[in-house]
Design a protein around this ligand. Structure first.
Ligand SMILES: [Fe+2]
Length: 228
């Protein structure tokens, strides 16, 4: 059993409660007890909230557990690298991007893709449902929008959804490429019919809008990502 230490921030409030309640001389009065219980409750709530985003280690474990193909794992690791680089740089410019959310959603965006290659289901949707079921709602919402964004973003700020969506478009297999190269490949592979081609054209228009927004804020060239 883990020994509790007074200095351990993860247990400091519950430990204070245990120590105070176990010693009659230090036992708090009603008001203090209410306040103490409130602090314990809030800390538990904050802990639960943080748990809604899996750590990198938990993501890697899930990726193995759900039998992702090795090439899709390599692709996801590269997407996470691009997405985190952009997020860190954007935060330096005053954006408020949740790095843990971006990393988890990037690593898990194709979690169900291997299965969907067989079932022909939409892996953005099945990934969303799977993650929601695990309690990772925020991550699921980002994963749901990694192919097609659900709504137009704020023109002055960049969202986690936009970052992961954009980073995914900049990684072809496990290689960072330009949007032009990525879409040329997508059109060659999937643009066999006019309807599919129209869809890819709309997707391309949307993603160039996001690229312009991100790199206008960063004041660097999109091609700089090729050297990451
Ligand atoms: Fe992807």
């Amino acid at each position: 059993m883990k020994r509790l230490r007074q200095g351990d921030p993860s247990v400091s409030i519950p430990l204070m409660a245990v120590v105070a309640l176990g010693n009659p001389a230090k036992r708090p009065g009603n008001g203090e007890r209410d306040s103490l219980e409130k602090k314990v409750f809030l800390r538990r709530e904050l802990g639960a909230h943080r748990k809604m985003i899996p750590t990198r280690e938990e993501c890697l474990r899930l990726m193995g557990q759900y039998g992702m193909l090795e090439n899709i794992i390599h692709h996801s690791l590269e997407v996470a690298k691009v997405a985190l680089f952009l997020s860190v740089e954007l935060n330096k410019k005053g954006q408020r991007i949740d790095l843990g959310l971006v990393e988890a959603a990037s690593l898990l965006h194709d979690l169900t893709k291997t299965e969907c290659l067989k079932t022909k289901e939409d892996h953005a949707q099945t990934g969303f449902q799977l993650l929601m079921g695990m309690g990772y709602e925020k991550v699921g919402e980002v994963v749901a929008q990694h192919i097609w964004l659900g709504k137009a973003g704020d023109p002055s700020s960049v969202s986690e959804e936009e970052i992961v969506n954009y980073a995914d478009k900049r990684v072809m297999h496990d290689r960072i490429v330009s949007l032009a190269e990525r879409f040329s490949d997508l059109k060659e592979r999937y643009g066999k019919h006019q309807r599919a081609m129209d869809y890819l054209e709309r997707l391309q228009e949307e993603i160039y809008g996001i690229e312009n927004k991100i790199f206008f804020i960063l004041q660097i060239d999109p091609n700089d990502l090729l050297h990451l």
